[in-house]
Design a binder for this molecule. Structure first.
Ligand code: ZN
Length: 326
């Protein structure tokens, strides 16, 4: 579920917090989270790697590592990244005690008791993680699949209740392999009205389905596709190749508008998405149609309707977004 704004927000937080840090080693608690290479090669390659930079491409997060390696992280439905300050112990005893429960829950985390009088946060930690320290049973620490140990004592956790998220490690020169087929970056200069017009003209499927296709525009998912179509007053069942020049212009404007304002508000949290410090995004209250079925349209008060397109729930205003004949 994290889409471009959520991944972009995480990328910016990571850039501010772990660039220059060194990953000492990685521990993997759910093997299938690692998509490439095979686990032993992944683990042996993830030793003493300095983080040189953080990038985003579509919904992929890219960590540039020393030795010309790129770590790609795709969160899919429920994957999240979280930084833990120094002073935590990872308890993996469940793995032996109850393998079935382990496969769901993953490890638990315990705060190492500080010596008396030593309650100052350690260097390099953010104050915003202070709340995590006081609550050992914090649900945000559950379902950890991969943990990266940083040499400064911090942990970078990948939590993922549904386990669809994937992490891969590629040599830099093969990065294109990991990202092959991704379409235009909507926040790049190349995303012009002309470019959008050209790709839409090549698609006979519905505009909703086309917007979800990562080969067309990289990074859009269900929330922002619905919101962008509402912005442009386009019915989600319209054929992609049937949009007028004005509609295409409005659609591009809508995509840019919903993505940039969601990034400013640190993303949208419906259920699982949290930022690097475990905080929810603030865009939820600014969503106009997504998951508002039956509630009045904020423009015209007509109840928002929900239909299914390409197996994805789709929300729109039947009055503002009319299905006009071509
Ligand atoms: Zn309306």
């Amino acid at each position: 579920m994290p889409e471009l704004p959520e991944v972009e927000h995480t990328a910016r937080q990571l850039r501010a917090s772990i660039v220059g840090a060194t990953i000492n080693e990685a521990r993997v608690f759910w093997e299938r989270t690692i998509g490439y290479p095979a686990l032993p090669a992944f683990l042996s390659s993830m030793v003493a790697r300095q983080v040189g930079g953080i990038r985003r491409r579509g919904k992929f997060l890219l960590l540039d590592l020393s030795g010309d390696l790129v770590l790609t992280i795709h969160r899919r439905m429920t994957g999240n990244l979280l930084i833990l300050p120094p002073g935590w112990k990872i308890d993996t005893s469940l793995q032996q005690a109850d393998p079935l429960a382990w496969s769901t829950k993953g490890p638990s985390f315990r705060k190492i008791l500080a010596s008396p009088g030593d309650d100052q946060p350690s260097a390099g930690t953010s104050n915003s993680t202070a709340h995590l320290q006081s609550n050992v049973a914090d649900p945000r620490l559950a379902h950890c699949r991969v943990c990266f140990y940083l040499t400064d004592g911090r942990y970078l956790l990948f939590t993922d209740p549904r386990k669809f998220g994937r992490i891969e490690l590629w040599p830099r020169e093969l990065e294109g392999e990991a990202l092959r087929g991704l379409g235009t970056e909507p926040l790049d200069e190349e995303f012009t009205v002309e470019q959008l017009k050209k790709v839409l003209a090549a698609h006979k499927s519905t505009i909703k389905q086309t917007l979800l296709t990562q080969e067309v525009i990289a990074g859009l998912g269900n929330i922002y596709a619905d919101e962008a179509l509402f912005y442009a007053a386009i019915h989600p069942l319209r054929r992609a190749d049937s949009l007028s020049p004005l509609e295409i212009r409005l659609l591009r404007e809508g995509i840019l508008s919903v993505l940039t304002s969601a990034i400013e508000r640190r993303g949208t949290s419906f259920n699982d998405y949290r930022d690097l410090w475990g905080e929810a995004g603030e865009n939820y209250d600014h969503i106009l149609v997504y998951h508002r079925t039956g509630q009045p349209c904020l423009r015209c008060s007509t109840p928002i309707e929900r239909i299914t397109i390409a197996q994805r729930s789709t929300h729109y205003c039947p009055n503002c977004q009319k299905l006009t004949s071509e």
